[in-house]
Design a protein around this ligand. Structure first.
Ligand code: S3P
Length: 444
């Protein structure tokens, strides 16, 4: 799955977005559904799973380690787990494709099983730092042989029984937190993670739902999460809510294209994920929550988004963990706002599927957007609603969110924005361009 032939695509200005879009399942929750179900004793059923390449990489890896995973004709996924401690030695290398979440969470799972596994991935994933998980998992007893800079390809050997640790997260990362908690699942005693800055809490919510003995305590130093290992996980019926990170592209598209009025159905609104809604509302976006409800233990609503003039803001840096994947599309919103938007405190963007600060600066500037690059973010001078020039080619850098963000920018460009490779969109949102055509009333 690691190699694509490039899929070039040009997007130019289009009329308003109208209608309803149901966004695909949440990527974070989809990965976790397969992993936790794969460790339960008995059969779980997952509805609404995101069928993107990243999640399919997790499914393939869990199968390679013994879980039985099938998709039925109705699109429901059935997973028969191996039981905590029951993962098997995979017969060949685990191909993680583009997926950092698969890699880091599975490294956690394997760390406390007596198996050896090799992780490989595409050129983007092979540049991403794995030291942040290698360090705590080594303290639990796992051994690693990584490529220079603690990168993939890497081989690890888990230890069983592993050693429980108490670890304070040095970076605000749900992947690191989850890797340690997953290692803790098969570790005797209490494994603790102290999270000074809250990050997405899907692992905590879902592990509790699966019957793990997990507690969360607010302390003056942050959230202390403790998991007692060697517990049995019970199979679950899971409904995966829609991904707010995928919804964000439509929120911005409808906000910047005059005349737009859409409903984005089934959007997960876990408060650890909704920074983009807060930031866009601060800019003046017209977003209304309809039909609030709970799906799979997560708050969900439909969002009506209508075009609205946007104003520049200083994006509060403390929103960063709850909108870390949404900065690329927020930069696009800023390009159409009135005034200079400053978004800083987001240095983690440099180690995502691409260096998203550099990639967005390199994509927006030649398309006529005035900006300034900082180590930890961008300042962007918006047009006040007028079109941007467009007309320049951009490199998606094997990063789905750069491709989708620049497609949204193209909707408000005088001349087409040409994306060198839109293929990476399949990692998280396979139907994105078909949906764009439908919402803008185009035949594909
Ligand atoms: C994710 C956590 C975030 C996010 C990624 C998904 C997760 O990464 O960027 O897309 O599912 O836990 P970090 O933990 O590196 O911030």
């Amino acid at each position: 799955m690691s190699a694509h032939s490039p899929l070039p695509l040009a997007i130019s200005a289009r009329g308003p977005l109208r209608g309803t879009v149901v966004v695909p399942g949440d990527k974070s929750i989809s990965h976790r559904s397969l992993m936790f179900a794969g460790l339960a004793v008995g059969e779980s059923r997952i509805e609404g799973l995101l069928e993107g390449e990243d999640v399919l990489a997790t499914a393939a890896a869990m199968r390679a380690m013994g879980a039985q995973i099938e998709r039925d004709a109705a699109g429901i996924w059935h997973v028969a787990g191996v039981g905590v401690g029951g993962l098997l030695q995979p017969a060949c290398a685990l191909d993680m494709g583009n997926s950092g979440t698969s890699t880091r969470l599975l490294m956690g799972l394997i760390a406390s099983h007596p198996i050896t596994a090799t992780f490989i991935g595409d050129a983007s994933l092979s540049k991403r730092p794995m030291g942040r998980v290698i360090e705590p998992l080594s303290a639990m007893g796992a051994e690693f042989t990584a490529s220079p800079g603690d990168r993939l390809p890497l081989t690890m050997r888990g230890l069983s029984p592993a050693v429980p640790i108490e670890y304070t997260l040095p970076v605000a990362s749900a992947q690191v937190k989850s890797a340690i908690l997953l290692a803790g699942l098969n570790t005797p005693g209490l494994t603790r993670v102290l999270e000074p800055v809250p990050t997405r809490d899907h692992s905590e919510r879902m592990l509790r739902g699966f019957g793990a003995d997990l507690t969360v305590e607010e302390t003056p130093q942050g959230r202390m999460i403790a998991i007692r290992g060697e517990a049995e996980l019970k199979p679950q019926q899971i409904t995966v809510p829609g991904d707010p990170s995928s919804a964000a592209f439509w929120m911005v598209a409808a906000s910047i294209v005059p005349g737009s009025d859409i409903v984005i159905a089934n959007v997960g609104l876990n408060p650890t994920r909704t920074g983009i809604v807060t930031a866009l509302r601060m800019m003046g976006a017209d977003i209304t929550e309809l039909n609030p409800r709970t799906v799979g233990g997560e708050p969900v609503a439909d969002l009506q988004v209508r075009h609205a003039p946007l104003s520049a803001i200083e994006v509060p840096p403390d929103l960063a963990p709850s909108m870390i994947d949404e900065y690329p599309v927020l930069f696009v919103a800023a390009a159409f706002a009135d005034g200079r938007t400053v978004a800083r405190g987001a240095e983690e963007l440099r180690v995502k599927e691409s260096d998203r600060i550099a990639a967005m600066a390199a994509a927006l500037a030649p398309n006529g957007v005035r900006l300034e690059e900082f180590e930890d973010g961008l300042a962007i001078v918006g047009t006040g609603g007028a079109p941007i020039a467009g007309g320049a080619p951009i490199a998606s850098k094997l990063d789905h969110r750069i491709a989708m963000s620049m497609a949204v920018a193209g909707l408000g460009a005088r001349d087409a924005v040409s994306i060198d490779d839109a293929g990476p969109v399949a990692t998280s949102y396979p139907g994105f361009f078909a949906t764009l055509d439908r919402l803008t009333d185009r035949q594909p």
